[in-house]
Design a protein around this ligand. Structure first.
Ligand SMILES: [Zn+2]
Length: 240
């Protein structure tokens, strides 16, 4: 039965080789574990794209009239599941896929291209995580998203401009508007930076109540840094 043993061991070697090849070159789709095309499989990619928002610019101006909010998608269904898989199942590469999608939409829009032309020194600042959360999650999803977006849209990414100094509760766990505001009060700081940054675009994964974004805008404004736009991956539809 030596021949059977040798087939068995060669099959095992093949299996091992497949695993090594998959992990080195072509990891499976992190959402469905089937063979991937470009990080995700085509099917999951299509499902996510189905949640692309019909309008990139949020016409209700939820932050302020002078600060446009751009949201790539609707926070629901496959897109919501993908964000959860990224954050809680340790798949930062999902944010890279969506960062690419945002960059494509950004570059197709004349309004956003005009914004970058108007403020020549503009850079993108991702909403930071507190050091404790960064340690437990291992990555800041907003920063992964922002870096990929910036690489493709050719805008400098400057995560060092804003720092989170308060380990806040998740906004979803707060019960009232007052509690939400207190939770975020003085959550951020602008560490001493040598370069002069005047104009920035804030970037985050999800826009819900806008409390986090507003607190970040206020902190930056105290240091004479103006937020010219906010870009997020998704926003729940019920708020519109
Ligand atoms: Zn898939």
């Amino acid at each position: 039965m030596q021949w059977l043993k040798s087939i068995g061991s060669s099959l095992k070697i093949n299996h091992l080789a497949n695993t090594v090849r998959d992990s080195l070159w072509q990891a499976n789709c992190p959402l469905c574990k089937r063979p991937a095309d470009h990080i995700l499989c085509r099917d999951c990619d299509r499902q996510i794209t189905a949640y692309q928002s019909p309008e990139f610019l949020q016409k209700d101006n939820p932050i302020a009239l002078e600060i446009p909010l751009y949201s790539w998608g609707i926070y629901d269904g496959a897109l919501k599941r993908a964000i959860a898989a990224c954050k809680y199942d340790n798949h930062p590469e999902i944010m890279e896929v969506i960062g690419e999608k945002i960059a494509n939409t950004w570059q197709r829009s004349p309004i956003t291209r005009a914004l970058v032309q108007k403020y020549k020194q503009i850079s993108v600042v991702p909403i930071p995580l507190h050091a404790n959360k960064l340690k437990s999650r291992g990555f800041n999803q907003a920063e992964v998203l922002a870096k990929q977006f910036c690489d493709l849209a050719q805008i400098p990414c400057k995560p060092q401009i804003l720092q989170r100094i308060k380990d806040t509760k998740a906004q979803m766990q707060t019960k009232s508007v007052i509690e939400r505001e207190e939770n975020l009060s003085q959550a951020f700081t602008v560490p001493s930076i040598k370069a002069n940054y005047r104009d920035v675009i804030l970037c985050d994964d999800i826009y819900t109540t806008g409390a986090t974004i507003r607190e970040a805008i206020a902190t930056l404004r105290r240091r004479d840094i103006n937020v010219r736009a906010v870009v997020v991956m998704a926003r729940p539809q019920f708020q519109r």
